[in-house]
Design a protein around this ligand. Structure first.
Ligand SMILES: Cc1ncc(C[n+]2csc(CCOP(=O)(O)OP(=O)(O)O)c2C)c(N)n1
Length: 335
């Protein structure tokens, strides 16, 4: 992976609502991630510790978001990716942050943090503050920051990702789009697969299959095999069932490498578990099913592999504390 990524400075539009504008691709290239964000994303650490640091950062941010929500401090709704952190860090760390483009969905915080390390801007955004990455207007689901975009309409971003992949193909960029198993019922996904294959769009479709859509189990709405969905469109498929971010990253690197080299789409299926509620307090799964989900929590096995995880945890915890403090001190977005 190219670890030289993107810099937050005058080239990037300020996060006030009135100043948002399109960032030309040229402004996004050959920029360097500032030291603070490199440190937050653990760029100086060996791979396993780096991926762990990003995962625990995501976990701590999202646990805090649920607390803030229950205290009435969030502006709008939120969906956490607790339990799915290995996918976010595995896939995002396989990208070239300089030129690749991420299209995420309603469950986007993990993808976003792994991409940007912008914890302060994210928390402020979800608290509806002017210092948020979209000036407090996008909220939890509608983030737009450098090459990262999210949207809450299920499947709605798939065609956008295909168009964007085609538009940026000449620059060697890859577009990645995250989809859930419940989104397999959206026709736009299949139109996107078709056009991506016909036109040779360098887009990586990532399906995070947590076997549930809000409160509806997958077996009630999804027929056939999700793994086999893209193959009839002539799209190469990779599939993984596990919770090891290093393995996911290796597989994602292979998939991204293929997409970039061949200028072809690819389908990456990841079997995962949502440990938290769909949104807030709306988990209707039986206790046994929840226990099975918790047994696949990706964090505990990583702690066995990272000797100084307590230091990393403390660093991430204080980062989150500081971010909440500074967001709380900022003005609310208005107008
Ligand atoms: C087109 C559309 N229909 C319904 C919704 C409401 N909704 C938001 S998330 C969600 C479930 C999505 O399930 P899945 O795709 O499996 O992703 P997960 O939530 O499990 O990450 C639903 C029904 C929506 N956002 N967009």
């Amino acid at each position: 992976m190219n670890e030289l990524a993107i810099r937050k400075d005058g080239d990037i539009p300020a996060s006030s609502f009135g100043e948002l504008k399109l960032v030309p691709p040229s402004a996004l290239q050959n920029l360097t991630l500032p030291q603070a964000e490199r440190t937050l994303l653990g760029f100086e650490l060996p791979t396993v510790a780096r991926l762990y640091q990003q995962m625990i950062l995501i976990r701590l941010v999202e646990e805090r978001l649920l607390e803030l929500f229950s205290q009435g401090l969030l502006f709008g709704t939120t969906h956490t990716s607790i339990g799915q952190e290995a996918n976010a860090v595995g896939v995002i760390n396989a990208l070239d942050r300089d030129r690749d483009i991420v299209w995420s969905n309603h469950r986007c915080h993990g993808h976003f943090i792994a991409y940007s390390g912008e914890v302060e801007g994210l928390i402020a955004e979800i608290m509806g503050r002017v210092t948020g990455i979209c000036g407090g207007r996008g909220g939890s689901q509608h983030l737009c920051f450098r090459n990262f975009h999210s949207n809450g309409i299920q499947g709605g971003i798939a065609p956008v990702a295909v168009g964007c992949a085609l538009a940026r193909k000449d620059e060697g960029a890859v577009a990645v789009v995250f989809l859930g198993d419940g989104t397999m019922g959206e026709g736009a996904v299949y139109e996107s697969l078709n056009l991506a294959s016909v036109f040779g769009a360098p887009v990586l479709f990532v399906v995070e299959d947590n076997e549930i859509a809000q409160t509806t189990p997958k077996n009630l709405t999804v027929s056939g095999s999700i793994i086999a969905r893209a193959e009839p469109f002539g799209i190469r498929t990779f599939a993984y069932d596990g919770n090891d971010p290093v393995e996911i990253c290796e597989l994602a690197q292979e998939a991204v490498g293929y997409v970039r080299a061949e200028g072809r789409p690819c389908w990456l299926y990841l079997r995962t578990e949502r440990i938290g509620p769909h949104s807030k307090g709306d988990d209707t799964r039986p206790a046994l099913r929840l226990e099975q989900a918790r047994a696949r929590d990706p964090i505990p096995p990583m702690r066995q592999r990272v000797a100084d995880f307590k230091e990393i945890d403390a660093f991430c915890r204080s980062t989150v504390d500081r971010a909440v403090e500074s967001a709380a001190a900022a003005a609310m977005a208005r107008g």
